[in-house]
Ligand binder design. Structure first.
Ligand code: IMP
Ligand code: MG
Length: 180
């Protein structure tokens, strides 16, 4: 296939098209808008993977939201998490008493998200929910309580729309499989 003018043999099929992303994200925006109408939330984007989802989602929510970002890294190979997560960039804002929605790109084993939830809950937000664009089916060890999910996808490695392999492919407008 040919994406962005590249004929890249490592890219496989399209898992979620640009059109599907945009229409699902506008639905998620409407859901958040209804659920948070009386208490505009603080959206917390998890860098770098969620940067593109965050910008589209934020524009789809017709509320005066606030935005902040944090970055975590997990040790491991390019396509597998080790489960050891550390914070690389903390939030700028104080979240105590705030209604927080964590905006994540993808939940694979769920280890990154459990780390994040534990960390954020210790700061005593008024509420904490998760909005994950993608969830890989059947891999999460712990129960994660994902309130908002864009798409459930098969447990294969994917790239695009923020997701990378060694920092590449983040700017693809769709989600594709990647052949390691
Ligand atoms: P988890 O801790 O196993 O749930 O992995 C979560 C993190 O690993 C995500 O936030 C991504 O940064 C990365 N990740 C997991 N699966 C993929 C994938 O298929 N493509 C790109 N990055 C992934
Ligand atoms: Mg990554």
């Amino acid at each position: 296939m040919n994406v962005l003018g590249l004929n890249d043999p490592k890219l496989g099929e399209v898992v979620v098209s640009e059109q599907e992303l945009q229409s699902r994200i506008s639905q998620l925006g409407k859901e958040l808008e209804a659920d948070y109408a009386d208490r505009p939330p603080l959206l917390v984007g998890v860098l770098k993977g969620a940067f593109m989802f965050m910008t589209d989602l934020a524009r789809a929510v017709g509320l005066p939201v606030e935005l902040d970002f944090m970055a975590v890294a997990s040790y491991g190979s390019a396509t597998k998490t080790s489960g050891i997560v550390r914070m690389v960039k903390d939030l700028d804002l104080d979240i105590s008493g705030r209604h927080v929605v964590v905006v994540e790109d993808i939940v694979d084993s769920g280890l990154t998200l459990s780390f994040l939830k534990r960390n954020l809950l210790s700061r005593e937000p008024a509420s904490l929910e998760v909005c994950a664009l993608l969830v890989k089916e059947g891999l999460q060890k712990a129960k994660l309580d994902l309130k908002y999910v864009g798409f459930k996808i098969p447990p294969t490695f994917v790239v695009g729309y923020g997701l990378d392999v060694d920092e590449k492919y983040r700017n693809l407008p769709m989600i594709c499989t990647y052949k390691a």
